[in-house]
Design a protein around this ligand. Structure first.
Ligand code: PFF
Length: 448
């Protein structure tokens, strides 16, 4: 279980609860959900198996792993690109994680009657408060990674997941009784395929990679710590299911909550053409970065002060912990690279990257538009590009038959399994072609 818990800890995070519902709300609801599920199972899962297999076979960081398996000089560059993506993703991720941490104290202050403090703590905007909490979050992450990826993560993940799922189920049960929730549920669950266009598929693919922690070598790194007694394919399946399941629940909570909040006068969408006015079904979210931070506090408020306090504080504690198990994996990638390839000590490596990332996060804290820019370049584009290269490496350089032989350790019957039939063509043709098509068509659309 140890590997599954740590990898699920990496996968489940702000991507599921902060980003996914906003994407769904922005991209037309159920149509996005369908495309997202398709991307996770058809592309994400096979790539995850590839990453873990590469990591476990070599016991190395993303750069070292590619070097160990082939003399081809291009692929270590793919590892370096992954490390760059990880550093840049963590720089904005920690800003959002800092908001979540601030909301733990903000919700407490609000329900205990310290309105002044609550107003300061529950701001999702540029400024010093955002910078301070982002720095705090990075300090905690750096401290944990510098003392070694420990059993602590598994223990946290083990209690975190059931608590998170339990709490979200209770909140869903509450929200569906409220006026307006039906509209949100319908938008989330009734697909309108006329909404599917290239930009939706592009976002869904990027979201799948981001949410499953794929494309930048995080699971190569975690795979390098995995025992040969473990079943790679089964582990990847559990991580994928846990991650997709929690994202689905987050949508089931936040989509209805959004429409409930709208009924009570909070503006969620603005009219794309005129730039103002409330309009259910209009195109543009008012504040994509802040959806969980506006809609959920409203929900806690409506629970009454006692229950609201427990849920408000509890939810943001869990969200912050989920974010922490993800930031740890994001920092572990460059750290393990610097330890193995540059001969640095763990403490020095973690501290160096921790400081660089904190510095970038401080800049982002005052210029929040960078979150969107970085997310597009290093996540929505960067991670699928990494994934594409991993597929090509697996199919044409290391070769899937060698990987399958390696995966026999922990999965004795793999050669005659259904997986062994489907996975090689997925790596060689289906996944690379899909990723390439989506990226190229999106690029072409940009220039039209
Ligand atoms: N999967 C994490 C989330 O959904 O919040 C984010 C993430 C972690 C992306 C680690 C990439 C990564 F390597």
């Amino acid at each position: 279980m140890a590997f599954v818990l740590a990898a699920a800890g990496s996968a489940v995070g702000l991507g599921n609860i902060w980003k996914f519902p906003s994407e769904v709300a922005q991209q037309g609801g159920a149509a996005f959900l369908m495309m997202y599920l398709g991307c996770c199972f058809l592309v994400g899962f096979p790539v995850m198996v590839a990453e873990i297999a590469i990591g476990r076979a070599t016991g190395k960081n993303p750069v070292g792993a590619f070097k160990a398996l082939s003399p081809n000089p291009i692929f270590p560059l793919v590892g370096l690109w992954g490390i760059l993506c990880g550093v840049m993703i963590l720089s904005f991720y920690t800003v959002v994680a800092g908001w979540s941490l601030g909301f733990v104290f903000g919700e407490a202050a609000h329900f205990l009657g310290f309105q002044g403090a609550a107003e300061v703590l529950m701001v999702v905007g540029p400024g010093t408060k955002t910078a301070v909490f982002a720095a705090l979050f990075m300090a905690a992450t750096t401290f944990i990674v510098s003392s070694g990826v420990s059993e602590g993560i598994e223990r946290v993940a083990k209690t975190l997941m059931p608590l998170l799922i339990g709490m979200m189920l209770l909140m869903i049960a509450f929200v569906v009784t409220r006026e307006g929730s039906g509209e949100g549920l319908a938008m989330y669950l009734k697909p309108d395929f006329s909404k599917v266009d290239m930009s939706l598929v592009f976002q869904a693919l990027g979201q799948a990679f981001f949410s499953l922690s794929l494309g930048m070598g995080a699971l190569i790194t975690y795979g390098s710590y995995m025992s040969r007694k473990q079943n790679v394919v089964e582990s990847a399946a559990w991580v994928t299911l846990a991650d997709v399941g929690i994202a689905f629940l987050a949508g089931l909570l936040i989509m209805p909550a959004m429409f409930v909040a709208q009924k009570s006068g909070i503006q969620i969408y603005k009219d794309a053409s005129t730039g103002d006015g409330v309009a259910a079904g209009a195109k543009v979210l008012i504040d994509e970065d802040g959806l969980v931070f506006t809609v959920l506090p409203q929900l806690f408020e409506s629970m009454g002060s006692g229950i609201g306090l427990v849920f408000g504080v509890g939810f943001f504690v869990l969200l912050s912990m989920a974010a922490l198990t993800s930031t740890i994996s994001l920092l572990e990638v460059p750290t393990s690279y610097a330890i193995d390839e540059l001969g640095m000590s763990r403490k020095k490596a973690a501290l160096m990257f921790g400081c660089v990332i904190t510095a970038i996060a401080l800049v982002i804290s005052y210029r929040l538009s960078l979150i969107g820019t970085f997310a597009t370049i290093f996540s929505t584009i960067g991670l699928p590009v990494g994934g594409l290269m991993i597929c090509l490496f697996m199919a044409y350089v290391w070769k899937t038959r060698h990987a399958l032989a390696e995966m026999e350790a922990g999965y004795p019957g793999i050669q005659s399994s259904l997986f062994a039939k489907f996975w090689p063509p997925l790596m060689a043709v289906v996944c690379p072609l899909l990723i390439l098509t989506v990226l190229v068509l999106t690029l072409i659309q940009q220039f039209q």
